[in-house]
Design a protein around this ligand. Structure first.
Ligand code: AMP
Ligand code: MG
Length: 452
């Protein structure tokens, strides 16, 4: 067991390396119906089953046209209509336009679509060469008018509103512009959410091969904790962290297994840990500080845990424990995982500390166990709204709110009462990262934020 506190960078590098090792072997796969694939990790490459779009399609309601013709601002006859769902139509005669709806195939011969809002209706009189035209615009040649004229007897005419002109290709997505048949659209290891599911649906995937989700046991410890449905008596609090971590685990591609609260006794912890070791990953909250009833570390040691680290110079979250146990093969949550290990995090009990340490150090291991391609926490740069003063020595991750309304994201600390302040955490959307050698971040400085 190592008693030395690691720096943030050392611990992060250790976890990243371990995650990369774990990612080399892939989890078992299973097939799920497409709507059930949200939060699941693709175990196959998703490929385009056809060109996307499969035909040149209009992105607007308007008129399919030839850009050079319509840009003369002369009246053009409307010689047909294509609605979304209609087969490709045409050909478009010269000197004419074709009414078209969003999503409909472009008639052969047209090379642009002009938006409905950008034309006015013009009289049916097919113009002679003396017809009004925008100075400098080319004349439509007589053959062109004749061709439209024949097609358009009795049909309305429209004219592009000057001074607008239309470029070739405007408001058309060419066939195959998004993807070519057979193109790899999503690699295996992609976490599926709404966009990925829509894409799979567009390729006709009614089912997807996904990786089996790692089982993540969540064990909150503490004599003061009561289940969330209970009314806490004086001195008690509700177990908020188990529900929070379950949400974080689900979002990261794991299957949460919330265990009953363990008491601050060796006996209760022994029994709970022995059961929980059937999981791929075990998240314990509380009981890892230096207090008299912080019994998690010794209980893990009794079970033969191998400790990777037992503390990091960060705030919040200093007493973080990372260890591994031999996975037990019993219990309803035994799974098909490829590792015989149960990775264990002893997260500090305060919910903000649990959340930050999960995100920084446990989520990368969970992502690797889930077969995801991306493992690390996400950081971004933002402009600091007001001075922040701290003591150097610890890397800090302070709950903050970032606004993305301005040209540069701007971040400010949320007012908080320490790591137990759930209301503050719920007002935050990121954490301000304060480097360990820093005692003062000045307003206006570019700072790093950890995205929540
Ligand atoms: P500990 O790390 O066990 O000393 O806990 C630190 C603080 O976090 C204490 O104030 C606990 O009451 C609180 N705490 C521990 N576990 C939870 C939990 N599951 N939900 C909410 N608060 C907790
Ligand atoms: Mg405790």
């Amino acid at each position: 067991m190592s008693d030395a506190l690691l720096s943030y960078a050392e611990a992060a590098a250790f976890v990243a390396k371990r995650a990369a090792q774990l990612a080399r072997s892939k989890p078992a796969t299973e097939r799920v119906k497409l709507p059930a694939a949200a939060g699941r990790v693709l175990a196959e490459t998703l490929r385009a089953d056809t060109d996307q779009p499969p035909f040149p399609r209009s992105t607007r309601d308007g008129y399919a046209c030839r850009a050079a013709e319509i840009s003369t601002h002369s009246p053009l006859a409307v010689v047909g209509t294509t609605r979304a769902g209609d087969p490709p139509s045409g050909p478009l005669p010269r000197g004419a336009v074709w009414e078209i709806m969003t999503g409909a195939p472009i008639p052969r011969g047209a090379d642009a679509v002009v938006m409905l809002e950008h034309v006015e209706s013009a009289n049916l009189n097919i113009p002679s060469s003396t017809q009004h035209r925008t100075p400098g615009a080319p004349h439509l040649d007589s053959e062109m008018w004749e061709s439209a004229h024949i097609k358009s007897a009795g049909s309305p005419t429209i004219r592009l509103l000057p001074p607008r002109t239309i470029k070739k290709g405007e408001n058309i997505v060419a066939r195959g512009a998004q993807a070519r048949k057979g193109d790899a659209l999503l690699p295996a290891g992609t976490l599926c959410s709404a966009a990925q599911i829509a894409l799979a649906a567009s390729c006709g995937a009614t089912n997807l091969n996904v990786y089996a989700r790692p089982r993540v046991a969540i064990l909150s410890t503490g004599d003061e904790l009561v289940p969330i449905a209970a009314k806490p008596r004086p001195g008690q609090i509700r177990n908020s962290s188990s529900a929070m971590l379950a949400a974080m685990v689900t979002a990261a591609g794991g299957a949460p297994w919330i265990m009953p609260i363990a008491r601050d006794t060796a006996r209760s912890l022994n029994a709970a840990l022995a059961r929980a070791a059937a999981a791929d990953l075990l998240l314990i909250t509380g009981g890892v500080s230096a207090g008299k009833f912080d019994l998690v570390e010794p209980a893990l040691a009794r079970l033969g845990a191998r400790f990777h680290f037992t503390g990091i110079r960060i705030q919040p979250g200093k007493p973080l424990v990372f260890a591994e146990l031999r996975r037990t093969g019993t219990g309803p949550h035994q799974n098909r995982s490829r590792t015989q290990r149960c990775y264990v995090y002893g997260l500090p009990g305060n919910p903000v500390s649990s959340a930050v340490t999960f995100q920084l150090f446990a989520a990368p291991i969970l992502a690797a166990l889930a077969g995801r391609n991306a493992h690390g926490p996400r950081f971004a740069l933002a402009r600091l709204a007001a001075d922040v003063k701290t003591k150097p020595g610890l890397t800090r991750f302070l709950p903050a709110a970032c606004t993305f309304l301005k040209s540069a994201p701007e971040v400010a600390l949320v007012h908080w009462q320490g790591s137990g302040d759930l209301a503050a955490m719920a007002r935050a959307n990121c954490y301000l990262v304060v480097p360990d050698n820093c005692d003062h971040l000045k307003a206006g400085a570019t700072v790093t934020i950890l995205l929540a």
